[in-house]
Design a protein around this ligand. Structure first.
Ligand SMILES: [Zn+2]
Ligand SMILES: [Zn+2]
Length: 161
């Protein structure tokens, strides 16, 4: 089923290139905590696509803001957000072959749900929480299930907990 990333106010709608992310994980790093003003971030990776994607409504292009930050490892990260409601939707290392879509913004477009509002079904984050990958667990502020895959820092480059 086709997916769209949309912001809290609903002006921004980014059609996503695949029906499922290539990777989906929960990030407990302090930057995700600061960015989301919550306990963790949800990262859904997709092959890179134009921002805004072809087929986006005109209001999307008109209200999409961006900024650039330098990560702790010196990487340049581009970030896109809604200039009306402030919701972050996407970020990516500059020049990367993937984009990271904020998982909580993703909705399923199907025949039963109006895809213009905030009522669409969301991605199944619960199964990722229980059995998927959690990274930067050393700064987690919530309990992580024993059934999940847990990494001290980034996956593959740190200690598996
Ligand atoms: Zn918005
Ligand atoms: Zn993070």
């Amino acid at each position: 089923m086709p997916l769209v990333a949309s912001c809290q106010c609903g002006i921004i709608r980014l059609p996503l290139p695949l029906d499922q992310p290539t990777e989906l994980y929960i990030c407990h790093c302090t930057h995700c905590q600061a960015q989301s003003a919550a306990a963790f971030g949800i990262s859904a990776c997709f092959p890179t696509f134009a921002i805004p994607p072809p087929g986006s409504p005109p209001a999307t292009a008109a209200n999409l803001g961006s900024w650039v930050r330098t990560t702790a490892s010196g990487e340049i990260q581009e970030c896109w957000f809604c200039t009306v409601c402030g919701t972050r939707l996407v970020h990516a290392p500059k020049g990367a072959e993937f984009l990271v879509v904020k998982g909580g913004s993703i909705r399923v477009i199907d025949d039963e749900h109006d895809d213009t509002g905030n009522d669409g079904k969301k991605l199944d984050i619960k199964s990722v929480w229980d059995t998927g990958m959690h990274i930067w667990c050393r700064s987690a502020v919530v309990s992580i299930p024993d059934t999940a895959e847990r990494w001290e820092k980034d996956d593959g480059t740190s200690k598996k907990l």
